[in-house]
Design a protein around this ligand. Structure first.
Ligand SMILES: *[C@@H]1O[C@H](CO)[C@@H](O)[C@H](O)[C@H]1NC(C)=O
Length: 223
């Protein structure tokens, strides 16, 4: 017996090792998990985009133009399986990294704000209610690194939520903490985040002077 039995086993093991290392080799389509320090918000919320599925607590993969597609896809399915049937909820989506994580002087960028969401809808991810701020897709400007896109669900409990005209006027520099204090909202019932960066950043050659939606908004809102 001896080596004749062991050879196929060795070949099988070698094959397995090759398969495993091949997969670990930076697969651009993988749903790479966020680093440990960015997982604090991973609490009971799922965010589904077309083609990608749930991207809660992962990076938007850098393949199939996903980082570009997400800049024009409409609102995701946001599912809170732990939602209570009789309750009503508030959904907030923000980017704390506007215009960049290292210099977030336009924090928070309000991407979406919906109130009066029925518990039964929150459970299935069918977000309907009063849209105080319409959905704006993630479109991080080029060369500003990865941005976090954060989702929070609060229990509304009969509160009437509105945005003063001043807050409604702009998305950037939103004082979210003041908003929460004003309506006595403390801990979210559920939350999550994903990260992405400009699709232009992964291209070998960049067209000069190409702007994008978020940076254009910054300019128009400043004026
Ligand atoms: C302002 O209010 C309108 C009506 O509720 C809403 O559709 C719009 O998205 C709001 N704009 C912002 C930036 O929140």
């Amino acid at each position: 017996m001896g080596w004749k039995m062991r050879l196929p086993t060795a070949a099988l093991l070698l094959g397995l090792v090759l398969v495993v290392t091949g997969e670990e080799e930076n697969n651009p389509c993988a749903h790479d998990p966020l680093p440990e320090e960015d997982t604090v918000l991973c609490k009971g919320l799922e965010v589904f985009y077309p083609e990608l599925g749930n991207i809660g607590c992962v990076y938007v993969p850098d393949c199939n133009n996903y980082r570009e597609k997400i800049t024009y896809w409409s609102e995701p399915v946001v599912k809170f399986p732990g939602a209570l049937d009789g309750a009503s909820y508030i959904l907030v989506m923000v980017d704390p990294d506007a215009p960049s994580r290292s210099q977030p002087n336009r924090r928070f960028w309000r991407h979406w704000l919906v109130t009066d969401i029925k518990g039964s809808d929150m459970k299935t991810g069918n977000i309907q209610g009063k849209e105080l701020t319409g959905y704006q897709p993630p479109s991080p400007p080029a060369n500003t690194g990865f941005h976090r896109y954060q989702f929070f669900v609060y229990l509304q409990e009969g509160r009437v939520i509105s945005l003063p005209r001043k807050e409604n006027k702009t998305r950037g520099s939103w004082k979210m903490d003041k908003f929460l204090t004003r309506f006595h909202l403390s801990e979210p019932e559920a939350s999550t985040q994903f990260m992405t960066r400009s699709f232009e950043d992964s291209r070998p050659f960049q067209a000069p002077g190409g702007g994008d939606r978020e940076s254009k908004n910054i300019q128009t809102e400043i004026t």
